[in-house]
Design a binder for this molecule. Structure first.
Ligand SMILES: [Mg+2]
Length: 166
């Protein structure tokens, strides 16, 4: 398991199988916000994401946003709308925020999964925190300027990878 190697690759968050997560003993899902839950060109999560979060909650899985977005009010609003906990200013790929989220939610790394759309922040942070990771495709093509640069290297890192649901 390399730093940039995800546990699973799935086309989008709503396509992640909640039943399978439960089967694999996942009790906590840490969620990236931008382009995983909320498209960067929108202000709120689409209904499929809301429905997925409801299904995960109903299955007894804890949910916490772990976001690098420096607009705390935006991240906080999303967390309230989605009814999930939040750790902002995460500074992924540093693992500290993920550890903070696990402490907050009372879950061990073995029972935690990080889901996000970026290899060099979400997957790397998950690996460093010792949790399983699921990489999803970004919801929109809109990204911060520096993310566009990372995307070039990401394409190289993802050569030969197939995403479930594509
Ligand atoms: Mg993202």
């Amino acid at each position: 398991m390399g730093l940039f190697r995800a546990w699973r690759y799935v086309a989008s968050l709503p396509l992640v199988d909640v039943g399978e997560l439960v089967e694999k003993d996942v009790r906590l899902v840490l969620l990236d916000r931008d382009n995983t839950c909320v498209p960067r060109d929108a202000s709120s999560a689409p209904p499929e994401v809301v429905a997925w979060l409801d299904a995960a909650r109903a299955a007894g899985i804890g949910l916490c946003l772990v976001s690098n977005n420096f607009h705390s009010s935006q991240v906080g609003r999303t967390a309230r709308e989605l009814g999930v906990e939040v750790v902002d200013h995460a500074m992924k790929p540093a693992p500290f925020a993920l550890r903070r989220a696990m402490r907050l939610m009372g879950a061990s790394p073995e029972k935690t999964v990080m889901i996000g759309d970026q290899v060099f922040t979400d997957v790397a942070a998950g690996s460093l925190a010792g949790v399983r990771t699921i990489l999803v495709r970004p919801q929109s093509r809109s990204d911060l300027w520096y993310t566009h640069i990372f995307r070039v290297f990401e394409r190289l890192a993802l050569r030969g990878v197939t995403f479930e649901g594509e």
